[in-house]
Design a protein around this ligand. Structure first.
Ligand SMILES: [Zn+2]
Length: 394
C-alpha cells in the first residue's frame, strides 16, 4: 500500500529560484499540451508526445526530458477527464494551471533518509536540498519510494513523496464495529464509545459566525481575513478528523470490519433537520474523515464497509420497529413499540453494525465473509446494559 509523506524543503534563495523556475517551465509545458489537446481533440499520450515533444523540448531545453514526459502524462490525464466531462454534457474549459506541481520519479529525484536530503533535477542542474521529516512520518522513512510531487505554496516548497508500505499480515476476524458520524457527538460506536469532543461543534459554530460576518462586510481586509480563517478552519477540521479516525480504528482489533453509513446519506439526513444544527454538517469534510479512516484501517488490516443509511436513526436497535416518532428528541431515541430508550447516536451505531451483519451490501463493498450472529439477541444483550440515555458523564 502507498502512503504520501510531505517533506518540507529547506531552500536557500538560489535553490528556491531553481525550483520555482522548474515549476514554471513544467507548468508551461503542461499548459501547452493541454491547449493543443483541446484544440485538436487529442488525448492520447503517445500522439501528443510525437506531435509536441521536440518542439517543447526546444522551447524549454533546461527541463529534463523525463520531466517533459511527466508533464505530458499529467496533461493527458487532465485532457481525458475534460473529454469525459464534455461527453457527459458538462461544462468544460481547457485544463490550465498557474503552478502545476511537477511529478518526479526515479530518473529525476533521489532521497537520502539518513542525511535528510533529496536530490532533485531542476532547470539549473541537480540540487541537493535538505528536508524536515515530520514526526508522524518517521515510520515511513527508509521505505522504497515511487514518485514525488514538488509543491510550492505560501512561499514554501514541499515534496509529497509516495512511499510503499508492506501490507499488514492479519487474519480477518468477525469483529464488526458500527460507527455513527456527526449528529449530537462527532462519532459514536456500536460498542458504547463516544468519540471526539463535543466542543468541536462550538468551535465550528464560531468559525461559521465569523465567516458569515466577514462575508457580509465584503471589504478588502475582510476578504483577506476570510482567506486566513478558511485555512485555519480547514486545519482544525483536519485535526479533528485525524483524532476521530485514529480513535475509531484503535477501538477495533486487527482484521475487523468497520461499518459506516454510505456517504450520500449523511447530508440528506442532516438536511431534514433545521436551524443551528445544520451548520455542523454542511461543508464538514466527511469525505476527508472517511479517507482517514480508510487508510488507518488499511494499516491495521481492517476493512471499511458501507451500509445503506436509510432508517438507521429511526429504527429500534432492540426490536427493529421503525418510525420517525421514535426520534422525538434529537439526542434521545425512544421506541414507541417496546419502550427501549438509548442515546440516539448509539442506537444508530448499533443499527449500522447490524445492517452490515445482515446486509447483502457485504459482498458488494468487498467486505469480509463473517459468520452471521443472531442480531436481535446480540442487540438485546447489549441493550440490557443501558447507559444513561443522554450520555452524561462523558
Ligand atoms: Zn423497540
Amino acid at each position: 500500500m502507498d502512503r504520501t509523506v510531505r517533506l518540507s524543503l529547506v531552500t536557500p534563495p538560489d535553490d528556491a529560484a531553481a525550483l520555482l523556475e522548474t515549476i514554471q517551465q513544467w507548468t508551461s509545458v503542461f499548459n501547452a499540451i493541454c491547449a493543443y489537446g483541446v484544440a485538436h481533440r487529442i488525448r492520447n499520450g503517445v500522439t501528443l508526445h510525437h506531435r509536441l515533444y521536440r518542439m517543447l523540448k526546444a522551447q524549454h531545453p533546461a527541463l529534463r526530458s523525463d520531466l517533459h514526459i511527466q508533464a505530458r502524462v499529467k496533461a493527458a490525464e487532465a485532457l481525458k477527464s475534460a473529454f469525459t466531462r464534455r461527453r457527459h454534457g458538462l461544462p468544460v474549459s481547457c485544463p490550465r494551471s498557474t503552478l502545476c506541481p511537477p511529478r518526479y520519479n526515479c530518473h529525476t529525484f533521489a532521497i537520502d533518509w539518513d542525511a535528510r536530503t533529496v536530490r532533485l533535477s531542476t532547470t539549473r542542474g541537480r540540487r541537493t536540498i535538505p528536508f524536515h521529516l515530520p514526526a508522524y512520518a518517521a515510520r515511513y522513512a527508509k521505505r522504497p519510494v515511487s514518485t514525488a510531487d514538488l509543491v510550492y505554496r505560501g512561499g514554501r516548497f514541499s515534496l509529497h513523496v509516495v512511499v510503499e508500505l508492506p501490507a499488514p499480515e492479519t487474519v480477518p476476524s468477525d469483529d464488526v464495529l458500527g460507527v455513527d458520524i456527526g449528529e449530537a457527538q462527532p462519532a459514536v460506536t456500536s460498542r458504547n464509545q463516544f468519540l471526539g469532543q463535543r466542543f468541536w461543534k462550538a468551535i465550528e459554530g464560531r468559525y461559521f459566525r465569523l465567516r458569515r460576518a466577514l462575508q457580509r462586510a465584503g471589504t478588502k481586509s475582510a476578504r483577506r481575513h476570510l482567506r486566513r480563517i478558511r485555512h485555519r478552519q480547514q486545519r482544525f477540521r483536519r485535526d479533528c478528523d485525524h483524532v476521530l479516525s485514529k480513535q475509531i480504528v484503535a477501538s477495533v482489533e486487527a482484521g475487523a470490519v468497520i461499518a459506516v453509513e454510505r456517504l450520500t446519506g449523511i447530508r440528506s439526513r442532516a438536511r431534514k433537520r433545521k436551524g443551528r444544527q445544520n451548520r455542523r454538517f454542511h461543508g464538514w469534510s466527511f469525505a476527508q474523515l472517511r479517507r482517514f479512516i480508510a487508510y488507518k484501517a488499511e494499516e491495521r488490516g481492517c476493512t471499511v464497509a458501507e451500509v445503506d443509511p436509510r432508517h438507521t436513526s429511526q429504527r429500534c436497535s432492540r426490536c427493529g420497529y421503525t418510525a420517525r416518532a421514535n426520534r422525538r428528541l434529537r439526542a434521545l431515541f425512544r421506541c414507541r413499540a417496546c419502550g427501549f430508550t438509548l442515546h440516539a447516536d448509539l442506537n444508530a451505531a448499533r443499527n449500522i453494525a447490524a445492517a452490515y451483519r445482515a446486509g447483502p451490501g457485504r459482498s458488494e463493498t468487498g467486505g469480509l465473509p463473517v459468520n452471521q450472529p443472531d442480531v436481535a439477541l446480540a442487540a438485546a444483550a447489549a441493550g440490557s446494559c443501558k447507559p444513561s440515555p443522554l450520555g452524561d458523564g462523558r
